[in-house]
Design a protein around this ligand. Structure first.
Ligand code: GDP
Length: 304
């Protein structure tokens, strides 16, 4: 799926709301801004981010006196891109791993069902297609289904997986995975973790233990802690992001299931409010349906 296809539903609803917000107006007045505010909240951009956006737009309108509604699309695109967090340059190039440490260790966190395993499979596929060797680690040892799913992905992609018996210590699996990855000279090590949110303290302890054992072998690892969020849950995804970032250090995010939802505006809220770069977006169930997030392209697509 292309970005355009993946965002189809969001675009439809977003566009119709924005079009309504400016219908019959010749200049960007308070009335237009009020309507726009409503449209943005309705598109799951969230109150906080909407207010920030409206503030920026209204500042611009005051400054550049002669702005009409015809300018609104362009201004909105610029201001929207302006509030989104940039990926660090080391990550911005997507799958070009030039200059990246080897092995590059990714810890993947997120609640069950958000598309964590699928995202890992898609990532492994992209890394492999880029000529990188990958090792997966099944450190979600609490759900047989999670290990089973990851095993299926490892077979589909053709990369090795490290796992242990059900119920074994996740940190021990993480340790084994890094050890095995290093022994094989792997370029990328991706470790799946359990996403039980009902007990924040437990989650915190478990993730910090996993980090500790990884660091024992590779002090600078994990290089990336990727939080996977389900975009189709709209503002709930933002709430999950808040929970996880309170429990552990998250360095990047993937927002999945943007296809089939009109709530894609939540990507703006997540990137703006969490102040962590969205690095990937999921736009379908197929192996190639994971896109590197580019804020300008994303915003432009919403408006085109
Ligand atoms: P996990 O429990 O977080 O590991 O979730 P899974 O990876 O097993 O995914 C849960 C469901 O979401 C599966 O049916 C996936 O096919 C589906 N899924 C994952 N990512 C996407 C996506 O970007 N788009 C769509 N439409 N479905 C997705």
């Amino acid at each position: 799926q292309t970005l355009d296809q993946g965002l189809e539903k969001t675009k439809e609803s977003f566009f119709s709301k924005i079009t309504k917000a400016v219908a019959g107006k010749s200049s960007i007045d308070d009335d237009v801004l009020d309507n726009l505010e409503e449209a943005l909240v309705g598109a799951d951009v969230g109150i906080e981010t909407t207010v920030a956006l409206i503030d920026r737009i209204s500042d611009r309108v005051k400054k550049d006196k002669y702005l009409g509604t015809a300018d609104l699309n362009r201004i909105m695109q610029e201001e929207m891109a302006g509030i989104l967090v940039d990926a660090p340059s080391s990550l911005a190039s997507g799958f070009d791993l030039q200059g990246m440490p080897k092995p590059y260790v990714m810890l993947v966190v997120g609640v069950n069902g958000v598309g964590k395993t699928t995202t890992i499979g898609k990532l492994a596929h992209q890394f492999k297609a880029a000529g990188k060797s990958v090792v997966l680690g099944a450190a979600d040892t609490f759900r047989a289904a999670a290990v089973g799913q990851l095993t299926i992905w490892s077979e589909r992609v053709g990369v090795p997986i490290v796992k242990q018996a059900m119920g074994s210590d996740p940190a021990s699996v993480a340790f084994d995975t890094v050890q095995s990855g290093m022994a094989r000279g792997a370029d990328v090590i991706i470790i799946d973790t359990a996403g039980r949110l009902h007990n924040k303290l437990h989650l915190m302890e478990e993730l910090s233990k996993i980090r500790r054992v990884i660091k024992k072998q590779l002090p600078e690892a994990p290089h990336e802690v990727l939080l996977v969020l389900d975009g189709s849950t709209g503002q709930n995804a933002l709430e999950q992001a808040k929970h996880f970032t309170a429990a552990t250090e998250v360095t990047s995010m993937a927002v999945t299931k943007l296809d089939g939802t009109a709530k894609g505006g939540v990507v703006l809220a997540i990137s703006h409010q969490m102040n962590i770069p969205v690095r990937y977006i999921g736009v379908g169930e197929k192996i190639e349906d994971l896109l590197v997030f580019d804020k300008k392209e994303f915003v432009h697509t919403l408006f085109s």
